[in-house]
Design a protein around this ligand. Structure first.
Ligand code: ATP
Ligand code: MG
Ligand code: MG
Ligand code: MG
Length: 436
């Protein structure tokens, strides 16, 4: 992309409506614009980040054997009347009536719809397990939408739903999903820590919320720093083997981690003092086993090996894809702007032409840009060098390729790593390989 042609350049001033740093930076870097309270339009660079996050989420869901579907945003109220949640859900649900006076709603989540779809397709235990997911917009009429996309009313969620024949199988599915989440967040370049969460009336310990540390987080968190040293991408787990999944889960849960709601002082005392970490966190994911809650209430069963019908065991698993954009910025920025992790950055690098119009600078920049125009942002504007540096820092590209007249004449460029500020001079021919 040529910055001179970009739809929205950056803002110099801090927008008055933004209370937290990620919201300010998202507006200033031109990622989103609010169109109504808690509802956002995603602009080109913001959309690229949203897509990058979605793609990593998708790959990890696919890898565990989940199948992608796409359910609609609008749902018939009848489905929710069957589960009993239509009245229970309350004012967060946006209720809509069509011209035939039929009640619809903009889906805040999809347990009912997926259970209904499942019941139409699956008749026998032989077809289990099934894990289905989609990445779709949700609407929750939050009382106080705030912090930009972090607590929006319309937001993008990955939600997966599992169906198993037995409790043991459902636990194995839950553990596979846990591993997929750890891998997903690690690939996204964020430290999201799973913390035991309330399971409500079902009980047990099969619900975890994933929190990213940030001072503006809404929950207090307590955790064992040992967790942060784990490399979940290298974790050897035979996901077809319940015992291997069990060992992984035991190791994972051996690190103390809890939000203030579930904090247990007695257990905390057993964590070595130098490993105790306290802070605030933002919920970016939530996984949940809830058994037969919906298959029972909605009357959904399949035939077992003995010919008897039974209600499958279910779980649901959410990731706040649009919230993650804000949460990643909360966790990764400095006074000058965003610091995108490589994996989610809208562009892998910005090319800064410090003297647009200078023949050597222009030709070096054009040649670099032409080698990968989809993934490079070329600042070809006739602005001062200082403006270009400031904008590149603000937009947070992992690398800046700085092209000045002296270097260009000598066949070199400077590479700046956004996260460390480190700069190195390299031959033009090596520049793109160095940032790969
Ligand atoms: P919160 O506690 O923040 O209200 P929740 O517990 O109601 O979230 P879940 O039902 O667990 O949310 O949904 C799964 C994920 O969707 C959450 O972990 C979060 O990342 C995301 N999410 C929920 N509500 C919002 C929202 N209003 N705006 C953006 N993302 C959201
Ligand atoms: Mg909520
Ligand atoms: Mg919550
Ligand atoms: Mg939750």
């Amino acid at each position: 992309m040529r910055l001179s042609r970009a739809f929205l350049a950056t803002l110099k001033e801090n927008p008055a409506e933004a209370q937290i740093v990620s919201h300010r930076l998202m507006l200033r870097a031109g990622l989103v614009r609010q169109t109504a309270a808690g509802i956002y339009a995603w602009l080109p660079a913001g959309l690229r980040v949203l897509r990058n996050i979605s793609q990593i989420v998708r790959e990890e869901q696919d890898a565990l054997g989940a199948q992608e579907v796409l359910m609609p945003t609008l749902q018939p109220a009848d489905l929710w009347k069957r589960s009993g949640r239509y009245d229970a859900y309350g004012p967060e649900m946006l209720r809509i009536r069509d011209r035939h006076e039929r009640d619809l709603l903009y889906g805040p989540t999809n347990e009912e719809m997926i259970t209904d779809l499942f019941s139409q397709a699956v008749k026998s235990y032989r077809e289990l397990p099934q894990v289905l997911y989609h990445i779709q917009w949700k609407f929750r009429d939050e009382v106080r939408p705030r912090f930009g996309v972090m607590r929006g009313r319309e937001f993008l969620m990955k939600d997966a739903y599992s169906f198993d024949a037995s409790y043991d199988d459902a636990v194995a599915t839950y553990r596979r999903m846990m591993l997929a989440y750890l891998r997903t967040f690690q690939r996204l370049g964020v430290k999201a820590i799973p913390m035991v969460a309330d399971t409500g009336p079902i009980g047990g310990d099969l619900s975890h919320e994933f929190l990213i540390l940030a001072p503006t987080g809404e929950s207090g968190v307590f955790f064992d720093a040992g967790f942060e040293e784990q490399d979940w991408l290298a974790e050897q787990v035979d996901t077809d083997d319940h015992a291997s999944l069990g060992r992984f889960f035991e190791r994972m849960t051996s690190f103390y981690a809890a939000t203030d709601e579930k904090h247990d002082e007695a257990a905390w005392d057993h964590v070595p003092a130098d490993r105790r970490r306290e802070g605030r966190g933002i919920e970016v994911g939530h996984i949940f086993y809830f058994g037969r809650k919906y298959t029972e209430s909605m009357g959904v069963s399949v035939t077992g090996p003995d010919g008897e019908a039974f209600h499958p065991e279910m779980g649901s698993y959410g990731i706040g894809v649009s919230r993650l954009v804000g949460a990643i910025i909360e966790a990764s920025h400095d006074d000058n702007g965003i610091i995108w992790p490589d994996e989610v950055a809208p562009y892998r690098a910005a090319i800064l032409n410090l003297k647009a119009g200078d023949a050597a600078c222009d030709s070096v920049c054009e040649a670099l840009y032409a080698s990968d125009p989809d993934n490079l942002l070329y600042d070809d504007r006739g602005e001062r060098a200082g403006v270009k540096f400031a904008d590149a820092d603000l937009m947070g590209h992992p690398w800046q390729i700085i092209v000045g007249p002296r270097g260009a004449a000598a066949g070199t460029v400077e590479l700046k790593r956004r996260s460390t500020g480190e700069r190195i001079e390299v031959p033009v021919a090596d520049a793109l390989a160095r940032i790969a």
